[in-house]
Design a protein around this ligand. Structure first.
Ligand code: CP
Length: 364
């Protein structure tokens, strides 16, 4: 089934929508200018499923999800009651600002409700309760669960006991798939042709990743989705001080991609070639999270290409100078801003409410 945006529904012009005011604010409308249909059948394949990894998404599902998010962001399909009666459990056994709050905001703006764990010490974990038993409680208390945990295997373990869909909100150094959704939603609003066109060789993009996909969950999930855009990404340069920044699992996947991979420890020397720079500096090393000591700092004085954009999942460290905030290189605030809409689109999809929204059931 193919649904087109309901033209009779008035929507707020993009420039009047609330959102971050610093940096770039690409118009979500750009996404459905290229392809003005949301293919429900593709989204329905995600209904009732869990999202533990970025590998869950193929390119077409990603694009349908982003178009749906864009319809929600522009207000074309009112959805403020679409999840009435549904409860999200946001269980964060590791600190978070954006992921937990944007999921909660997404749920509340859709008329749903949330129950939260903001600190593991306030749960039975402090008394030695097992994840297995906590999972059993989620089955009774919520319709969908988002979990963050320091342990890589926690999300997989929980999924074995859950009968409701589970979203991985970040598991140790492994993955953060919905952060990658926010990353690529921002990038494709900025340059939809990366996904919707076939660019000539000399217009293909060079992506720089500052970090280590092998032990940075945001970077890893971002890279997995980047490989889906291989038609229009010519090169990826990984900028890291580590000898093996990819690690064995992701290296195998990258080796099979037609994208050319390069490795460097000289960020400033690479910047003149990069169209997109994805930065992060928090890595899981051995026994905990550390800010990588870094020579890799971006500021308004860095020799960036004129149209280059910078993404960062935040929280930022000294690697991202605040003097970049008020420049046209800043796509990172838009990345965080769009996270609410892309997470709304995901929640509606996983809970099977896309069709009712697109049929205008909530418009009166
Ligand atoms: N991007 C991200 O995961 O941020 P939080 O740690 O604040 O959730």
């Amino acid at each position: 089934m193919v649904v087109q945006p309901a033209s009779q529904v008035t929507h707020t012009p993009y420039e009047e929508l609330p959102g971050n005011v610093l940096g770039l604010r690409p118009d979500p409308q750009a996404l459905f200018n290229h392809s003005p249909e949301v293919k429900l059948d593709l989204l329905k394949e995600l209904t009732g499923k869990s999202v533990l990894s970025a590998y869950v998404f193929d390119k077409q599902k990603l694009l349908e999800l982003f178009k749906f998010a864009a319809l929600l962001q522009t207000g074309r399909f009112p959805a403020s009651r679409a999840l009435t009666g549904k409860i999200l459990a946001a269980a964060f056994f590791e600190p978070s600002t954006r992921t937990r709050l944007s999921f909660e905001s997404a749920m509340l703006r859709l008329g749903g409700e949330t129950i939260s764990v903001a600190d593991a010490k306030t749960t039975g974990v402090a008394k030695g309760e097992s994840l297995r038993d906590i999972g059993q409680m989620f089955n009774s208390y919520a319709d969908i669960v988002v979990v963050r945990h320091t342990e890589q295997n926690a999300v997989q373990l929980l999924s074995e006991y859950l009968r409701v869909p589970l979203i991985n909100g970040g598991n140790g150094s492994d993955e953060h798939p919905t952060q990658a959704l926010a990353d690529w939603y921002a990038l494709l609003k900025w340059r939809p042709e990366i996904a919707f066109s076939k660019l000539p060789e000399d217009k293909k993009l060079h992506l720089g990743i500052v970090g280590t996909p092998g032990n940075m969950r945001t970077v890893k999930s971002f890279l997995i989705m980047a490989l889906l855009m291989h038609e229009n990404i010519s090169d990826i340069t990984i900028i890291s001080e580590m000898a093996d920044p990819l690690g064995p699992e992701i290296k195998d996947f990258c080796d099979k991609s037609p994208i050319s991979f390069k490795f460097s420890n000289d960020l400033q020397g690479c910047l003149g070639d990069l169209d997109i720079i994805y930065m992060n500096s928090i890595a899981f090393l051995g026994d905990g999270y550390r800010h990588l000591s870094s020579n890799f700092v971006l500021s308004s004085k860095s020799p960036l290409k004129k149209d280059a954009v910078v993404l960062h999942p935040l929280a930022r460290g000294p690697e991202l100078d605040i003097d970049l905030d008020d420049t046209p290189h800043n796509l990172y605030f838009n990345q965080a801003d769009g996270a609410v809409f892309v997470r709304q689109a995901l929640l509606l999809t996983m809970l099977g409410r896309v069709e009712t929204v697109l049929q205008g059931e909530y418009s009166s």
